[in-house]
Design a protein around this ligand. Structure first.
Ligand code: NAD
Length: 332
């Protein structure tokens, strides 16, 4: 007889990375409980593939009453916490929702997890909590030095979790992935934004001279890394999840232009993002060694898969255009 898998509660499961994780968990035989507030960034269509194999609650993680009720009712053993406001530019315009969801919402979940005696609370943090680095790489014990309100709210949550591990012995793990890309990403983020702009026949906006460097991991590889850490990671530890595939933003945009067979000049430099981090770079040896995870999809292949997905989902991308245009019109 097949061993009964532990029940996982996943927050933010209708989002970009959370949905990739739900799809993967379901494929592995899990029947997770998903909580999501369904903000502008969410879409339950991302979970169509997993239909009937997860239980869904529309809930705000800041709603203590409702969250505790769901935990008591569902009695999950494991929590994987993705729910967050996730777009740096939005946090620069107005940080309130970032503080509420990313900090206060995380606190509500920690209390619910404590009350329920959760066996492992996985917090999905970000490489942005370390700030930027000109040379070298950040390891898990590098100091936190966030530069945007988004990154600061994520770092605050990390510190809160660390305090719960030490004070209450909460079994928890913090995971810090680098930039994700792939199918279903909301087109406010660089890669799908560039694709959508080109499909609309418009120039791709590139901050400053496009020299900023990001490390890119394909979303399905990231989801696999998270599942691996959930299964084999050490409680109380932090894991970076990076790919070592570092790219200047301008090169990412040029690769997309080439993949779409668009003119190489179809971009424009725009006024830089305030406080823009120059380079992110993670040392991910710990995850490679301790849980035997390595990303499989190379950037050159992942970008083709992503462009291909976008070409097959033009309506999905276009439906989000007005919301993005509003954001960037405010900006300039
Ligand atoms: N996208 C990246 O490149 C990246 C990189 C590193 C870390 N992360 C982290 O990974 C996690 C997931 O990122 P993503 O890109 O999938 O984000 P996303 O914006 O696509 O999805 C976030 C999800 O959280 C939900 N949500 C937001 N506020 C909520 C609330 N108050 N209560 C319940 N649900 C709420 C949204 O409805 C959405 O479904 C985030 O914690 C983010 O900080 C993202």
């Amino acid at each position: 007889m097949r061993k009964k898998l532990p029940k996982i509660l996943i927050t933010g499961g209708a989002g970009f990375i959370g949905s990739a994780f739900v799809r993967l968990a379901v494929k592995q035989g899990h029947r997770p409980v998903v909580i999501d507030k369904l903000t502008y960034a969410a879409d339950l269509a991302r979970l169509d593939e997993a239909k009937g194999k997860f239980k869904f609650y529309k809930a705000d993680i800041c709603d203590e009453h409702k969250i505790k009720r769901i935990f008591r009712q569902e009695r999950p053993q494991l929590v994987v916490h993705f729910a967050a406001e996730s777009h740096v530019d939005r946090s620069i315009l107005d940080a309130k929702a970032f503080i509420e969801t990313n900090v206060l919402g995380t606190h509500v979940l920690l209390e619910a997890a404590r009350e329920q005696g959760i066996k492992n609370f996985i917090h999905i943090s970000t490489d942005e909590v370390y700030g930027d680095i000109i040379k070298g790489k950040f390891a898990e014990d590098s100091p936190l030095s966030p530069n945007s309100p988004y990154a600061a709210s994520k770092a605050a949550a990390d510190l809160l979790i660390k305090s719960y591990i030490r004070t209450y012995n909460l079994p928890a793990i913090i995971i810090r992935p680098c930039n994700n890309y792939g199918p279903w990403q909301y087109p406010e983020k660089l890669i799908p934004l560039a694709i959508l702009k080109i499909l609309r026949g418009q120039k791709v906006p590139v901050y400053a001279q496009g020299r900023n460097i990001r490390e890119w991991v394909y979303v399905e590889d990231c989801a696999k890394g998270i599942l691996r850490i959930l299964q084999k990671g050490r409680l109380g530890h932090i894991y970076n999840l990076g790919s070592s595939e570092e790219k200047q933003n301008i090169d990412v945009v040029k690769t997309i232009l080439k993949t779409l067979d668009a003119p190489g000049t179809m971009f424009e430099f725009v006024k830089d993002r305030l406080g823009h981090d120059i380079r992110y770079s993670l040392d991910s040896k710990k995850a490679y060694r301790q849980v035997n995870w390595k990303p499989k999809v190379r950037f050159k292949d992942g970008i083709k898969l992503t462009v291909c997905w976008c070409l097959g989902h033009k309506d999905w991308l276009s439906a989000r255009w007005e919301n993005i245009a509003k954001l960037y019109n405010n900006w300039r």
